[in-house]
Design a binder for this molecule. Structure first.
Ligand SMILES: [Zn+2]
Length: 508
């Protein structure tokens, strides 16, 4: 029988540390719900001490999500651990995850403490965490640049102190597969009590080895892998969950392991995370990129048409994805739409369906053929914030030899607010008109536009980041008209910003 590997998902903690990927509490909850459907073993929900907003978000996830273990991160400081416990204590299965640097570089330069002091701190922290819960993970930050004798010492001491999972992170993405696998093997051989805890790995992708290092570690005895959907995370990111899972599935001869992952939810989870974090999936991304199943050369196309296995080792259906296909039009009716939603595994009550049907018709009137991807985009095109300003009217002009201008009417409650502005282009003009109404000092960061499907009438998804004082916010909008989508994205960002300011939901 193949051995079971636990999947520890950290999109909501490490993934959220991706520059620009700030999520609000409702967005985090939505991702957590999907991670539960994906059936990960552990959801690392956040770093509660980092902000009151993160604490509340982790609390909400801990209270609502059943199934996976809900973990919260803490430094070896008592106050951190108490705060993390406050965040996860209501979970069905709570975990405290404590970490401290293990390399000389971290101990000398970051903490200015000697190794023995750090070791004592680690032991005290694990003991304190164990006094609160029976599931405690300890991470030796920057382990791959630490002295190996010291690693053994810490691993042994924290297991004696009660750690049930010990994580060996390649924090800076420095390790190479053979070396990393051998390190895990030596830890298991040389630390006398190592078998009493689960050995975990957490690999970053700075040299592009995150997935290879993780798999090599598993082959050498690690039984928990920390990874993120779409490989997002600090700097170059973390090991990509979908690549690890599909590698095990496609090459069981090399990776004879099982996980609890519901593979059919991979595609949907990947799209949701990309959408809510505003981080696009590269088209050539392994397993999940839209080109992963596209064949452009004539010879390849011919082969695939005769038999898929000629040039395709992964069937898109394995991860719950399918090639684009025409499914619905405005005349398809409620019944057909219901059927399609069920086929996509989206459950809705009657009231939700009635509202969704209105939105579907609005789209189908503009776009003759509605594809599966359009439906999915529509399904996740919900703003997880209170709409302070709503778009009532938009008129823009642009083109060569004209001065681009925009007329914008926004609703704020019952009040109708109008502004007119010119700009360098119609989108710029519309944004300036909105600024005149909202009177917020906003700086536009990134601006991304993506077509959901192919063709002239494709739905456009716009994702932007806006900056106001020290806050970075992601706004999203969707429409068959890219100017309207851009304006919706800007308003979505502004509405979130106002909500954040009102609730002081500041995330670092
Ligand atoms: Zn990390």
């Amino acid at each position: 029988m193949s051995e079971r590997i636990r999947i520890f998902e950290s999109t909501l903690r490490d993934g959220e540390q991706t520059p620009g990927a700030k999520l609000n509490a409702q967005e985090k909850l939505e991702i957590a719900r999907q991670l539960a459907r994906l059936n990960v073993d552990v959801i690392e929900a956040g770093f509660p001490i980092s902000s009151p907003g993160d604490l509340r978000a982790v609390q909400q996830i801990a209270r609502e999500i059943k199934g996976p273990v809900i973990a919260a991160l803490a430094r070896t400081v008592k106050e951190d651990i108490a705060c993390a416990w406050d965040a996860v204590k209501d979970a069905q299965k709570p975990r405290l995850h404590v970490f401290l640097g293990a390399s000389d570089i971290h101990m000398e330069k970051k903490f200015r403490k000697d190794p023995q002091t750090c070791l004592n701190e680690a032991v005290q922290a694990v003991k304190y965490a164990r006094s609160l819960t029976s599931d405690v993970e300890y991470s030796l930050e920057d382990a791959t640049r630490a002295r190996e004798e010291y690693i053994y010492q810490v691993v042994e001491a924290v297991i004696d102190a009660g750690a049930t999972v010990v994580n060996i992170p390649d924090t800076v993405g420095y390790a190479v597969p053979e070396e990393f696998g051998a390190l895990i093997r030596r830890i298991l051989t040389n630390v006398p009590n190592a078998h009493r805890a689960v050995i975990s790995v957490h690999c970053h992708n700075d040299l592009g080895f995150a997935v290879s290092n993780s798999l090599e570690a598993v082959k050498n005895g690690a039984r928990q892998v920390e990874c993120n959907i779409n490989g997002i995370g600090e700097r170059a990111g973390n090991a990509a969950l979908e690549e690890i899972i599909v590698s095990m599935r496609i090459r069981p001869d090399h990776f004879p392991f099982t996980t609890g992952i519901n593979e059919k939810e991979i595609y949907k989870t990947s799209r949701l995370v990309s959408k809510l974090t505003g981080i696009p999936i590269p088209v050539n991304k392994a397993v999940i990129g839209i080109n992963a199943f596209a064949h452009s050369s004539g010879i390849h196309q011919d082969g695939v048409l005769k038999d898929k296995s000629t040039y395709e080792i992964i069937n898109a259906e394995l991860i719950g994805g399918q090639a684009a296909q025409m499914i619905l039009t405005a005349r398809s009716g409620r019944h057909a739409l219901r059927n399609q939603l069920e086929a996509l595994d989206y459950a809705m009550n009657d009231a939700e369906f009635a509202e969704f049907y209105e939105r579907f018709i609005e789209l189908a009137d503009r776009k003759k053929e509605v594809y599966r991807e359009d439906l999915e985009a529509l399904l996740i095109d919900v703003s997880y914030t209170d709409p302070i300003y709503g778009l009532e009217y938009l008129h823009t002009v642009g083109g060569t030899r004209t001065i681009p201008a925009a007329v914008v009417v926004l609703m704020r409650g019952e009040e109708s607010l109008e502004a007119v502005s010119s700009g360098t282009g119609p989108i710029d003009a519309a944004y300036k008109a909105i600024d005149m109404i909202t009177d917020l000092n906003i700086e536009l960061g990134s601006f991304n536009i993506r077509a959901v499907t192919q063709g002239m009438d494709a739905l456009g998804e716009v994702s932007i980041t806006i900056k106001h004082e020290d806050k970075h916010i992601i706004g999203r909008g969707m429409s068959t008209d890219i100017i309207e989508a851009s304006v919706k994205a800007y308003l979505d960002g502004i509405n979130k910003l106002i909500n954040v300011k009102a609730h002081n939901n500041i995330q670092p």
